[in-house]
Design a protein around this ligand. Sequence first.
Ligand code: PAF
Length: 280
Amino acid sequence: MQVISTIAELRTRLNGEHAVAFVPTMGNLHEGHLELMKLARKHGDCVVASIFVNPLQFGPNEDFDRYPRTLEADCASLQGLADIVFAPSVNGMYPERQTVFVEPPPIANELDGAARPGHFRGMATVVLKLLNIVQPQVALFGKKDYQQLHIIRQLVAQLNLPVLIVGGETVRAADGLALSSRNQYLSTAERNEATFLYQTLQSMRVAILQGERDFEQLQKQAVEHLAARNWSADYIEVRNQSDLQPPHSEQGYPVQQLVILAAARLGNTRLLDNVEVCLA
Ligand code: PAF
């Protein structure tokens, strides 16, 4: 496995590779990332992981400075899974002030985007840069960041990028908590409590499967249940999988493929999760 830090060196190394599968990350890798790497191997002969904490997608009061940077440990866990680790510096990615941005679709201002203005613009901009730098045939992203994956699919489709986007399933701890680099911000007591978010989404899923269609009421109850246990929910929303809009009839038929999306704060940690609900 080669660790490469400059764009020029990466381009030289990738010259002649025709089946590149790419997993962009911000490092601090956990089992969820490693599962994506294994999936990447099924999609390409040359597996590239990038590790770059992208300043453009963090708001002024967010955790850019304290975001865990663990390059050495990350490279150790990528041994045998990746062929190349691309770990550029901030200066390498942004040698001049970035004044050209991707304008993401309007959904970027809802859900996570409502709580994190500019986040998806910064994310989409760096993803486009990374795809242009690596020029993979396939790029893989986790479904845990469901809205991110949706926006990346739109970016690739609407800007005609020649890359196949593959979503990897969310990897969970034994108690159901979705793995995330931010879980390590949780205290022991918070970590024990954290699984309640997933349990809440699962209860909503069961209710919908059993016929509940008053989604607003379900959402309101979930927010209240979380609040009663000292959580503060940014949103808990039932949406269509296809466009992330509130469920509506499609050509007279009720939407069958739903997803429940949530972001909620426990202490100082903001956790994201989602579960899909397929009615047919
Ligand atoms: O999901 C992430 O880790 C980041 O948002 C990504 C896609 C690597 C862009 O910085």
